[in-house]
Design a protein around this ligand. Structure first.
Ligand code: ATP
Ligand code: MG
Ligand code: FE
Length: 351
């Protein structure tokens, strides 16, 4: 079984081909091609993604990327078993480019269409890479989302908590902009933090000790801005210390929120097979180390995708397509493009 995955929901144009690993009951996938073209250069001057520029850029390169993915995998369109595409959530212009392309290919080649939720694809990446069994606790932390989710099965997700303001990736991006660092901010802040003193600035740890596993990051971002303005103009040393302080605060908050989510998980889904991190922020080394230590203390495995599968990619879309195809969950050509598309059910209040 070979499935093509198309991703155009944000600022990465991506096409990949994934096949399930051979063998009885295998849940892992094999990535046969994984083509990603980032639009960072197009958006850098604006300090963020410009939707209209993104949609046009997807149009310009998507067909070539798909051809290249097929080429790398040594396959023709006719040899595919399904066409998977991220049908949302995301910037609607970009989503439409991917969805219309996928529908056209499915129609012409008479293949099943799999309209995948981009967030669900992030959530299932640990099964692609590690063959992880359900249920597991997922920290999904990306540019647009921050959620703790009990992943119980394909299509069976319970949200234990989420951010009430900024997503973690968004907070990294805003802090980077504030400090004059390049876009996207996450990798830049992490790089600067390496040389910084995380204790020089006393930054808050919002939501620490709260009963529900929710996040709030805007207060931390504001506290950092006030510190930065107080000591301006900033020397390189100051920027490094601010980055280190911010990253340490984020890590502390995440670890505290995961602790709460692990407790709630037991009521919703029993004992988790692992603690999983996914989404662009899961590339952060300090966060990965902290979560690995926390999982170890809880007697759990820690699983995070390799760096190239943390950020947006087509392989995760293809894999989510495989999971759905196996269950017969195919879509027809009326599948809508969705700017908003929650993938997890809300945790019901206890009692
Ligand atoms: P969503 O998945 O919510 O639709 P998105 O697709 O734009 O949003 P991703 O591509 O999954 O998000 O992740 C991008 C985000 O990850 C950016 O905000 C970026 O700053 C952040 N990020 C990437 N690398 C790191 C890192 N090393 N440390 C912290 N954040 C990072
Ligand atoms: Mg992106
Ligand atoms: Fe994403």
């Amino acid at each position: 079984m070979n499935v093509l995955g198309i991703e155009t929901t944000c600022d990465e144009t991506a096409a990949a081909i994934v096949a399930p690993a051979e063998g009885e009951g295998e849940t892992r996938g094999i990535v046969r091609a994984n083509e990603v073209l980032s639009q960072i250069a197009e958006h850098a001057a604006y300090g963020g993604v410009v939707p209209e520029i993104a949609a046009r850029a997807h149009v310009e390169v998507l067909d070539r990327l798909i051809a290249r993915a097929l080429d790398r995998a040594g396959l023709r369109l006719a040899e595919l078993d399904g066409i998977a595409v991220a049908a949302g959530p995301g910037l609607i212009g970009g989503v439409l480019v991917g969805l219309v392309t996928a529908k056209t290919l499915a129609l012409v080649a008479r293949k099943p269409l799999l309209a995948v939720n981009h967030l669900e694809a992030h959530a299932l990446t640990a099964r692609l890479t590690d063959g992880l069994a359900f249920p597991y606790l997922l920290l999904l932390a990306s540019g647009g989302h921050t959620q703790l989710v009990a992943v119980k099965g394909v299509g069976d997700y319970v949200r234990l908590g989420s951010t009430i303001d900024d997503a973690i990736g968004e907070a990294f991006d805003k802090v980077a902009k504030l400090l004059g660092l390049a876009y996207p901010g996450g990798p830049e802040v992490e790089r600067m933090a390496e040389a910084g003193d995380p204790e020089r600035f006393a930054l808050p740890r919002p939501m620490l000790g709260r009963k529900r596993a929710d996040f709030s990051l805007s207060g931390l971002k504001t506290a950092l801005r006030i510190e930065a303005e107080r000591i301006a103009p900033l020397a390189e040393r100051d920027v490094a210390d601010l980055c280190a302080g911010f990253q340490a605060a984020v890590v502390d908050v995440v670890v505290d929120r995961v602790r709460v989510a692990l407790r709630d998980f037991a009521n919703v889904a029993g004992h988790p097979t692992a603690l999983v991190a996914a989404g662009g922020v899961a590339a952060n080394g300090a966060l990965r180390r902290a979560l690995a230590a926390q999982a170890g203390e809880a007697g759990l495995a820690f699983v995070a995708p390799p760096l190239n599968l943390c950020g947006d990619n087509g392989a995760m879309i293809a894999w989510a397509g495989i999971e759905r195809l196996r269950l017969g969950l195919t879509d027809d050509l009326t599948a809508p493009a969705r700017a908003r598309w929650p993938f997890a059910a809300e945790l019901k209040a206890a009692g």
